[in-house]
Design a protein around this ligand. Structure first.
Ligand code: ZN
Length: 246
């Protein structure tokens, strides 16, 4: 193969792999963020249940305070009951006591409900906290794995960048400039294989006379249509179309 063509082909392989590494590297920040968000959701879940617990505990304390004043009222009314002078006053006082006792029942029920809610929430918080602890452990592991994935990718990219500069240095600068220009305008692919007389970059048919010359790989040819550098490879195709004769 013409030496510069071979270098351009190698340069293309390097550039493609670097691009691939860049794509993989670019997913890492959002994957890391997803992990942190999941952890934050677990934390918020625990915090919400704890808030709810505090509300129910406060509700219980408040109702217990209510209960004390109701009980004081009952004691007071019962004392007054002994001092009433008329039947009418007596009946009215009994009625007052009945009203306060039914208030007392209602408050008792509320206290029981709050206590039940506290029990349920305490169990729930334990479960959520253990789920949070597991998630925190998973996230730490996954972040470490992401970090080492990043390091491996960056190290590989560093190696390839060096090789790319070395390869570029062996190619005339105007060819490198053309390579970069075509690569930028053609989705990162500046070198295309010719298969069955077609440019594999743009699928346009190459003139048979040119194909014959490209097959020899002795000169640098470019596709008229997409301007990519063309090369020919004798090896069998990776994925031949069904029923196709080589
Ligand atoms: Zn083409």
């Amino acid at each position: 193969m013409e030496p510069h063509l071979e270098r351009l082909l190698h340069l293309q392989e390097l550039v493609s792999e670097i691009e691939d590494l860049n794509r993989k590297l670019s997913t890492i920040p959002s994957r890391s963020q997803d992990l942190e968000q999941s952890l934050a959701r677990h934390r918020a879940d625990v915090a919400k249940a704890k808030d709810e617990l505090a509300n129910q505990q406060k509700e219980r304390r408040n109702r217990e305070g209510d209960l004390q004043s109701i009980e004081a009222k009952i004691v007071k009314y019962q004392a007054q009951l002994m001092e009433v002078k008329t039947n009418k006053e007596y009946t009215a006082m009994l009625h007052e006591i009945e009203v306060v006792k039914s208030e007392q029942d209602a408050v008792d029920t509320k206290i029981l409900q709050a206590m039940e809610a506290v029990d349920i929430l305490e169990t729930e918080i334990k479960r959520k906290e253990s789920s949070l602890a597991e998630e925190a452990k998973r996230v730490v592991g996954a972040q470490a794995a992401l970090q080492s994935e990043r390091e491996v990718l960056e190290s590989r990219r560093g190696t390839l960048e060096v090789e790319r500069r070395e390869t570029e240095a062996q190619i005339p600068s105007e060819l490198v400039a053309e390579f970069i220009r075509v690569s930028r305008s053609r989705g990162g692919l500046a070198v295309a294989r010719v298969v069955d007389g077609l440019c594999q970059g743009c699928s346009v048919r190459i003139q048979p006379r040119i194909v014959q010359q490209v097959r020899r790989n002795e000169e640098i040819f470019r596709c008229d249509s997409c301007k990519r550098f063309l090369y020919y490879l004798e090896e069998k195709r990776a994925e031949p179309p069904a029923g196709h004769q080589a």
